[in-house]
Design a binder for this molecule. Structure first.
Ligand code: HEM
Length: 438
């Protein structure tokens, strides 16, 4: 792979994938970091994705791709666990993000959305890319951490917003990709500055954990409470460090991702007037007595969310996995030391799966079902996203709450471009919108 290709993969990944799929088809292999680096193979056919996700965990190494996140998430994070320990953590973390448990978060989600949008006035310009992370961060703090608004909540909100903002900037994120830059030369040095900020955030998290342990008040419905009361097979509780690492991972993986999809949703709906009209009609059929559950099951709202994540998946690929054994994918054999990458973006744009794949047509999700190897905005298999049901539930309620209260219009008619923000791909320009009279 040439230097130009590597730079394109970093700077304009969707174009990179479009070009390579056009040139090489379903499977292509590159040496992303130069001739001596391991071959990286991208897959997009349903058969290949199925095979890739089914390879037993003991034949794969995920750490090589995820290690850059270690200084952020902490070594006890679910992301760095393998085998039994990974299984155990998923079993602990999955239930609060699924099924009936979701219902208990509905009111909190709607109330936070109403609270953040309370001061929107006709004529205001709102940047969706700024407002959405504020909403989704507050939701995680209340639902996952179980922290109620107050001094600690506000401090965490401020520190996390500022840190996340910096982490998504290329100069700051390079600190994580190049370990030689990770030298603590005092708080004015870039790495020293990061460590100081992390310490401040950790202090607040540990204070919350310690307060809950010592006060020993009735543990609530939130995810931290659940993790604090959980015991492993030998009856051991999670240590404070383990709790901290899980919380930070859920936070960092859960809020920018959902807010990125929301920014796309607002853009896609408002740049397709017929979709907007149909959606508003569906929302207008609701009344005050309509339950939160009914809103989250609305067919057209569901289809609009699904189609937006198909056309603009904010994660373009699943977690890369390196083979530590020989494996076979879609009839092709790969040696150990090969990096396998199921490509979500290309799977979602296959003509053999989707008619007019480049068009925004929510109706396709009303008329047809797609397999988990054709449609996978949250990845899949035993490393698939644990927050998928929660994220979809949350985005529908935020969207419905805002669209039921405000008439919005895009400031700019120019089409946006997909651009990288940290590990997500979001619309360019911040999606400014004007609040119109209703
Ligand atoms: C729309 C929002 C989201 C999208 C598009 C998304 C997407 C993804 C993707 C593509 C993966 C990698 C899956 C794979 O390699 O197969 C992943 C992993 C993960 N996600 Fe999400 N995610 C979202 C929201 C969330 C939320 C809300 C949480 C939790 C609060 C969360 C927690 C995680 C965790 C813990 C993992 C790692 C799982 C493991 O290693 O076993 N995500 N997500």
């Amino acid at each position: 792979m040439t230097l130009i290709q590597t730079l394109q993969l970093i700077a304009n990944p969707t174009k990179f994938f479009d070009n390579h799929a056009k040139k090489y088809g379903d499977v292509f292999s590159l040496r992303v970091l130069g001739i001596n680096s391991p071959p990286v193979v991208f897959f997009s056919s349903p058969q290949a994705i199925n095979d890739c996700l089914a390879i037993p965990a003991k034949q794969l190494d995920f750490k090589k791709a995820t290690h850059v996140f270690k200084p952020l998430f902490g070594s006890d994070s679910i992301v760095f666990q393998e085998g039994k320990s990974h299984n155990r953590q998923r079993q602990l973390l999955m239930p609060p993000f699924h099924g009936d448990r979701l219902k208990s978060y509905g009111d909190t989600i709607c109330n936070i959305t109403k609270d953040v949008t309370r001061n929107w006035k006709t004529g205001n310009t709102i940047f969706m890319q700024q407002v959405m992370p504020d909403i989704t961060l507050q939701i995680i703090l209340q639902v996952v951490f179980g922290i109620n608004p107050g001094e600690r909540y506000e401090k965490l909100r401020k520190l996390l917003t500022a840190l996340l903002d910096d982490i998504t900037k290329p100069w700051y994120s390079s600190l994580f990709f190049f370990p030689p830059l990770q030298k603590d030369l005092g708080k004015w040095s870039p790495w020293g500055n990061y460590l100081k900020r992390r310490e401040e955030i950790d202090k607040l998290i540990y204070a919350e954990i310690s307060e809950r342990r010592t006060i020993n008040h009735n543990l609530g419905e939130d995810i931290l409470s659940l993790l604090m009361s959980a015991r492993d097979q030998s009856g051991e509780k999670m240590t404070d460090k383990e709790l901290r690492d899980q919380l930070v991972s859920l936070l960092l993986l859960g809020y920018e991702t959902t807010s990125g999809v929301l920014a796309w949703l607002f853009y896609m709906i408002h740049s397709h007037s017929e979709v907007k009209e149909k959606l508003i009609q569906e929302l207008q059929s609701l009344n005050k007595a309509t339950s939160v559950e009914t809103i989250t099951q609305l067919p057209y709202l569901s289809a609009v969310c699904a189609e937006t994540m198909r056309l603009h998946p904010i994660a373009l690929i699943c977690t890369p996995r390196m083979t530590i054994d020989k494996v076979e994918v879609a009839g092709e054999k790969f040696n150990s030391g090969t990096v396998l990458v199921p490509c979500i973006y290309l799977a979602h744009r296959r003509e053999t799966t989707y008619q007019q794949p480049d068009q925004f047509i929510p109706e396709r999700f009303l008329n047809q079902k797609f397999s988990p190897f054709e449609y996978l905005p949250f990845g899949g298999g035993y490393r698939g996203c644990i927050g998928s049901a929660f994220a979809v539930y949350e985005m529908k309620l935020i969207l419905a709450t805002i669209l039921s209260q405000f008439e919005l219009q895009l400031v700019d008619k120019k089409p946006v471009k997909p651009v990288r923000r940290g590990i997500t791909i979001v619309p360019s320009g911040g999606v400014p919108m004007i609040v119109k009279p209703q």
